[in-house]
Design a protein around this ligand. Structure first.
Ligand code: ATP
Ligand code: ATP
Ligand code: MG
Ligand code: MG
Lengths: 259, 259
């Protein structure tokens, strides 16, 4: 089982779109996937067709108690489609940020890691969506993961923050005592503008083999899929969105063989 | 003096781009503007051509002490261009979230409001940029402001969260005891797609006169301006970006006469 966190403090860079559609493409290829939604906005939950208000228990119940006291991760899971389950989130999750934030206990950033370890059902992939900040929820995701995908929009603000983000992750690795395999994924790429092409060249020159070969192009079908609560693999397998996220899925799968 | 907060928990919807370019257009028309950057990412600071690492004191020093103990807002201000000053931010500001978050003092969300009241220099507008979450920093901005602009990207995830956001602001108004004039600004609009046109129609039908007449179109010149650290008013007054943000500035100015 591989656990991958998708995070970036920069808002709107395609974290949720990457989680939902990478999950969709891996499941389409027959791999069993669990999406864990650690964002109180619950957009990954919504993007997989589940209304957060309809869910009786969500990830908050699993994480707000000491391990073993609340429900297990598998007890709150909802099926989204074939081979694809979701541990849903909700607005209440932002209360966890305050609750765990003020506790001094060292275990406050390990709650999700322990919950993922205790999962009885064998998944091939656990994909964790993060909110656009670096707080207790994102630290829980990074502790539970062995790999990190940082979606990086080809824009000045997004590119400016990456160096500092990589520093934050490296500091965390020292404290965690475990390696995190970090890679950058260019997203929302609009190949028609020189601006975006120049930005992509700069990203590849600066971060070299930290960057995926795959580039996610701007594609309106990805927005339509989100609105219908389905992955791009279900909505339209002739769209750029599907081609790009399938290419990412294959790169992630191929990467395993290199390990 | 009018104080306007630009906020939305949804990431990447154009908060910083709106702050920088609305400020640029108001200053271009001769109004004296102060931009207050309440986002630890410091993108509004960067977008106005100031490197956060070069600044000796930023908004953190003003807010981390009780009012009157640290420097005043006017003491940390940096000039960006004619009629346009910035109270810069930096990474350290995220420490304020923890520091004020754990204090029980009732004044912890009033620090910015008090600092703005004490400003000696007469500004016509104070524009406050917010991070993509609803925490202590955003509450400080809402307490200091009388008006709120919510940038709303024409997309499913962005539109889903707005109703809850308006609820959060209404609850805050009760606790604050002061009215907040809230308006929605459609941003990143790509008129070429039916998807965006349908979304815009839905926004206008649902939120009626809460929505500005102005729609900010997707325009690569706005990204180029951000990269050069200048406002669109300085970079290109023939671009859609300038036309749209100037239209917003005039709508904001005209609105004053209606008050
Ligand atoms: N490749 C793409 N093509 C077109 N639209 C996209 C693409 N990727 C994402 N989007 C759209 O851009 C917006 C931002 O994407 P998304 O919500 O996935 O980002 P995020 O990083 O998860 O945001 P947040 O910081 O709020 O969590 C959404 O409206 C989404 O539908
Ligand atoms: N009208 C527009 N046309 C083209 N690009 C835009 C437009 N508005 C914003 N952008 C770009 O989209 C990205 C997101 O915008 P911006 O950073 O202003 O959003 P934000 O809400 O401040 O993000 P965050 O949630 O991280 O604070 C930036 O790269 C910006 O340059
Ligand atoms: Mg998201
Ligand atoms: Mg911003």
């Amino acid at each position: 089982m591989r656990t991958i966190a998708v995070m970036n403090q920069k808002g709107g860079c395609g974290k949720t779109t990457t989680i939902v559609n990478l999950a969709g493409c891996l499941a389409h290829e027959g791999h069993r996937v669990l999406v864990v939604d650690m964002d109180p906005q619950a957009h990954a939950t919504l993007g997989l067709g589940i209304d957060p208000e309809d869910v009786s228990e969500n990830i908050y119940e699993v994480l707000c108690e000491e391990p073993g006291e609340g429900p297990g991760l598998d007890e709150i899971v909802v099926n989204a489609s074939e081979h694809l389950n979701v541990a849903p989130s909700g607005v209440i999750l932002s209360a966890l940020e305050q609750k765990l934030g003020s506790e001094s206990s060292s275990g406050r950033t390990e709650r999700l890691a322990v919950a993922v370890e205790r999962l009885p059902k064998p998944y091939d992939f656990v994909l964790i969506d993060c909110p656009p900040n670096v707080g207790v929820l994102t630290f829980n995701a990074l502790r539970a993961a062995q790999e990190v995908i940082i979606p990086l929009e080809t824009s000045y603000y997004a590119m400016h923050g990456v160096a500092k983000l990589l520093e934050t992750i490296a500091l965390l690795e020292d404290r965690l005592g475990h390696e995190l395999r970090v890679r950058l994924l260019p997203t929302l790429f609009d190949g028609r503008t020189r601006f975006a092409k120049r930005a992509l060249t700069e990203i590849r020159e600066t971060y070299k083999d930290l960057v995926f070969d795959t580039v996610i192009r701007h594609n309106v079908r990805l927005r339509e899929a989100a609105q219908r609560g389905v992955t791009i693999a279900k909505l339209d397998r002739r769209s750029y969105g599907f081609v790009d996220y399938m290419s990412l899925a294959l790169e992630v799968l191929f990467d395993e063989e290199q390990r």
